[in-house]
Design a protein around this ligand. Structure first.
Ligand code: AMP
Length: 409
């Protein structure tokens, strides 16, 4: 199947060509015709599958064909980073179209609030908003939803995890009754199905094999003692084949500490966390995307929806609390057509989390041996595996040593 099969306007097709989109991804093949037919939709798809274009393209096409002088589409997303990223994709696709979009998100200073309000008053076809900021804007009467045609909830599971359930229902109550609603979620827990049954009308459902990491991600696990985490990480970072790296830690404090420890060890890294000003965050992301920053350390804020292309390595310095977060974190690598590596360090305290990841993935995951200079892997109490991590043979530089590991390996 090709994008031309969807019969998009020439200008939109030109935008796709300019962005180098040749073949639709599976979620796009499935979702675009359903959206074009006007159905409500529940789509279970992780980030990295091309889900944004799956809903943005048919909507842009419809707006471009209409006499559009009113707010047409509301996209609600959990984080400002995701909102900005969706906005950037829309800008790219609509390069040859007369369609406008505004991201509306919290944080930043009063000037940004004023800019967003002004942009709203001046009108746009598409708003991409985080729930809290949108409610504030709606309270100040700056948004007119009278002509709204489409509502999209992106990363719905994440929004519910972040406590936006009531906010979302409040927003939806203020929208006109008749519109097409599309709900995208990486997972489909019961609470998503409950909200879906409240807000969608006879929805079509599509599901990509859920909760599975992209096939092109090479996953490795190391059992480590706490004091082996930092040296192991530094060792991994020595491999120049990894050009763009995200390291996940479990909290803002740990992120800052790890960043400092890496710096002390002579590793150039930057920390991404919620204490940073919005401007600083944006600058960090820009520098990371343009490869001026090689190593970015952050919390799970980085794990959802942030579209950084070509991340060659994800390190889970602290194991994720939730196995779904594991999928989201490692989804930062091997986006669309690329491949990547994900390395997870597991301590005794993380062992149950490791087992939950195994359960979710449905596979027994064998830990790799540590390089000799890092020491011997600990053996965890509740493990019943037959294959224990062993000390790596001293002289053999086989594929499982960190410095010989290739991102495509
Ligand atoms: P998403 O899952 O929407 O976050 O998209 C992941 C990445 O894949 C983004 O960088 C998109 O620009 C890219 N992408 C999405 N669809 C395609 C496609 N059909 N061809 C090439 N790249 C794509």
């Amino acid at each position: 199947m090709n994008f031309t099969d969807f019969g998009f306007t020439t200008e939109l097709q030109n935008g796709l060509d300019a962005m180098g989109f040749n073949k639709p991804t599976p979620i796009q093949e499935m979702a675009i015709p359903i959206i074009q037919e006007g159905h409500d939709l529940i789509a279970c798809a992780q980030t990295g599958t091309g889900k944004t274009a799956a809903y943005v393209l048919p909507i842009l096409d419809r707006i471009a064909r209409s006499d559009h002088s009113h707010l047409n589409t509301l996209i609600i997303a959990p984080t400002r980073e995701l909102a900005q990223q969706i906005d950037q994709q829309i800008e790219g696709f609509s390069y040859f179209l007369q369609v406008s979009s505004i991201p509306i998100y919290g944080g930043g200073d009063g000037m940004i609030w004023e800019q967003q309000k002004r942009a709203l008053r001046e009108g746009a076809d598409i708003i991409i908003a985080t729930p809290g900021r949108l409610l504030s804007m709606m309270a100040s009467d700056d948004v007119n939803f009278e002509y709204l045609q489409h509502l999209i909830l992106d990363e719905a599971d994440r929004m519910l995890d972040m406590g936006f359930y009531d906010d979302i229902l409040r927003i939806i109550k203020m929208l006109p009754a008749k519109h097409q609603t599309l709900l995208f979620s990486a997972t489909m827990p019961q609470k998503i199905q409950t909200i879906a049954s409240k807000i969608l009308k006879h929805p079509k459902q599509i599901s990509l094999a859920t909760s599975q990491p992209a096939e092109k991600i090479h996953q490795e696990f190391y059992f480590v003692n706490m004091d082996q985490k930092l040296p192991m990480t530094i060792d991994i970072l020595k491999n120049p084949a990894y050009e763009s790296i995200i390291i996940f830690s479990s909290s803002k404090e740990n992120t800052k500490k790890l960043n400092t420890d890496l710096k002390k060890a002579g590793v150039k890294a930057s920390a991404f966390h919620s204490d940073l000003e919005q401007k600083e965050r944006e600058e960090l992301m820009r520098n990371f995307k343009s490869r001026n920053i090689r190593v970015l350390v952050g919390t799970d804020v980085l794990s959802r929806g942030i579209d950084v292309e070509g991340v060659s390595l994800v390190i889970n310095y602290d194991a994720p609390h939730d196995p779904e977060d594991y999928i989201h974190r490692i989804g930062r690598t091997a986006r669309a057509e690329e491949s990547g590596v994900a390395i997870t360090l597991i301590t005794q305290n993380d062992f149950q989390r490791f087992q939950r990841i195994e359960k979710l993935i449905g596979k027994t995951l064998l830990p790799s041996p540590l390089p000799e200079h890092i020491g011997v892997s600990p053996v965890f109490n509740s493990t019943t595996r037959s294959k224990r991590p062993q000390r790596k043979p001293a002289s053999k530089g086989n594929g499982s040593t960190s410095n010989n590991r290739k991102p495509n390996g």
